[in-house]
Design a binder for this molecule. Structure first.
Ligand code: SAJ
Length: 535
């Protein structure tokens, strides 16, 4: 401590004073007994019911706005019914159990936040504009305002949503302090503990994945660790700072997006060279041994969902915000040169502390380039469809296309940012008639539909209806239902001379379809795409 600058020592003193004050408030409040979860979606619902199952937890409130689009969830949840479609093992029985036990209820009354010891926010954080790195934090800010207006000393607030690095200690802290008049790190604890769930295995992921927990100060980290530890089975709490936790989450999704882009680019190369990506992948994957990791992921029709499609941009924005903070500090320095000199701290020292991004001049970010490659895949699917139709002697304009798979991931109803959408719009714009099928996405409840103006939203759950009279069958999602498609049966339903099959998820066996008179194209299947499929 002795070698530190008086100002820094004062900071430490303040920090320690704050920490002690907060620690005392938390001690007085005692163990976490009542929890609030804001946002009853794919992240909030499983989190809330798992909290409600912990012995010693008196009650968990699930907070949901009573809006036109999602208000219906409140009554459903209080009846013990899950509004999440698709396979979610264990979720509905656990929900029913905690509703019957009276430890969970869903409410639109946000004043009940004041009764909670801890509140988590699991709210969507989409991007308004990738190019300008502008996220749409409106729903999150609304949630934070509700918490701030009902915040009490000693409470813990945790952001589970994936956010731009710097948001917890920056915007979130500011809003909570403004609304409550309390000070984060002194009067209430504040942390980021990002969700790591995937649809189809929500409960398992929360229990088994390690939990990154990052507080704005050590006391907040400790309190947040106490909140999550009882829920974990094989997972462990990994403590760090709030900003490090934000970078960890955005970076792990950015790396996944990058790995998928690497697979997609290789698949495009394999097509161009007339070879089978899957042979190449098996070959590369065969190189095993200490220190050798070959995490080659799968190419396909595109990347969708609420996570990979935006977290790269949260990470990029984090770097941008850090640079802006540095510029602000610099501007401050210029203004306060006298004071800095007086404080005996060199401008250079202060400058270097405000970090700068050192990156090859004028080169694009590897991460956003990867995202561009993944965003190209639906267009590639259109090119494959057009080429196959041409081989069958038909133009794209006027062709009837059966698009199989609206959800962004297998055996789920989640259609957020589905890669099927850009294909649907481009094919329709090119004059094709596109009929969309999905076994899980319910046109009566799904907020993400091909054509909301149409009575059935432009989507059917009846496969026969979608295939009837189709010139081309285009597979976008790897649903189990499509793995069992029978070419001879599909051909009958198409009812045309040379039907086309375009496989964006490698779910069909090319030989069988070609044998049944189909013109075949597949992502990464260069050995088939380059061959003439004459009768
Ligand atoms: N995809 C491919 N090839 C692959 C894997 C996925 O094209 O090899 C496509 C999928 O078809 C889908 C999209 O990418 O359209 C996203 O798929 P996903 O399996 O990544 O599913 P998410 O987005 O629900 O899950 C990711 C996971 N992140 C990581 O594994 C680093 C999950 O652990 C996170 O919890 C989740 O994001 C999230 O909520 O952030």
């Amino acid at each position: 401590m002795t070698d530190q600058h008086p100002a820094t020592q004062q900071n430490h003193k303040n920090h320690t004073k704050h920490d002690n004050h907060l620690a005392a408030l938390i001690k007085e409040r005692g163990p976490i007994r009542t929890i609030g979860v804001i946002g009853m979606g794919y992240v909030g619902i499983p989190a809330a019911v798992l909290f409600a199952e912990i012995p010693g937890i008196n009650h968990v409130f699930g907070f949901q706005r009573d809006s036109a689009t999602s208000g219906y969830k409140i009554a459903m949840l209080n009846r013990g019914e899950s509004p999440l479609k698709g396979e979610e093992p264990g979720l509905e029985p656990l929900l029913r159990k905690v509703v019957d036990a009276g430890t969970f209820s869903c409410t639109p009354d946000f004043t009940k936040i004041a009764e909670c010891d801890a509140v988590t926010l699991a709210i969507q954080t989409p991007f308004k504009d990738h190019a300008d790195l502008l996220p749409d934090f409106t729903p999150l800010i609304d949630g934070l305002r509700h918490v701030g207006q009902n915040l009490r000393p000693g409470m813990l607030v945790v952001l589970e949503s994936t956010i731009t690095p710097g948001t917890t200690a920056g915007m979130a802290r500011q809003i909570l302090e403004e609304e409550s008049g309390l000070v984060a790190g002194r009067d209430f604890a504040l942390a980021h503990a990002p969700e790591r769930v995937m649809v189809g295995r929500l409960l398992r992921n929360i229990r088994e994945h390690d939990r990154i927990v990052g507080g704005i100060d050590p006391v907040s980290t400790e309190r947040a660790a106490l909140l999550y530890t009882p829920v974990l089975t094989t997972g462990r709490v990994i403590p760090m700072t709030a900003t490090a936790a934000e970078v960890t989450k955005t970076a792990e999704n950015t790396f996944r997006d990058l790995q998928i882009a690497a697979a997609n680019q290789l698949a495009l190369y394999c097509e161009a060279m007339g070879v089978n990506f899957y042979d190449v992948r098996a070959g590369i994957d065969s190189l095993k041994g200490d220190g050798i990791t070959r995490a080659i992921l799968w190419p396909g029709a595109g990347v969708g969902g609420h996570c990979l499609t935006k977290d790269t941009y949260h990470l990029e924005r984090g770097v941008q915000l850090a640079a802006e903070a540095r510029d602000a500090t610099e501007a401050e320095d210029v203004a306060e040169v006298g004071k800095v000199a007086e404080a005996g701290e060199s401008l250079v020292a202060r400058k270097t502390r405000a970090t700068t991004l050192d990156y090859p001049e004028g080169r694009p970010s590897l991460y956003t380039l990867a995202s561009d490659i993944n965003d190209f895949m639906p267009t590639h699917m259109l090119h494959l469809t057009e080429a196959a139709l041409a081989e069958a002697g038909k133009p794209l304009a006027g062709a009837k296309i059966a698009l199989l798979g609206w959800a962004f991931i297998n055996d789920s109803d989640d259609a957020r940012n589905t890669p099927s959408d850009p294909f649907y719009r481009a094919a329709t714009a090119a004059g094709a008639g596109v009929r969309v099928h999905d076994p899980w996405v319910d046109p009566t409840t799904s907020p993400d539909l091909p054509n909301p103006d149409q009575p059935d939203g432009g989507l059917t759950m009846d496969l026969g209806q979608a295939l009837a009279g189709a010139d081309a069958v285009v597979i976008f999602t790897g649903h189990a239902a499509y793995r069992g498609l029978l070419p001879e049966r599909v051909r009958v339903l198409c009812g045309c001379e040379r039907p086309v099959i375009v496989d964006g998820r490698n779910v069909v066996v090319p030989e069988e379809w070609v044998k049944n008179g189909f013109v075949y194209r597949g992502v990464g299947r260069g050995e088939w795409n380059s061959r003439e499929h004459s009768q």
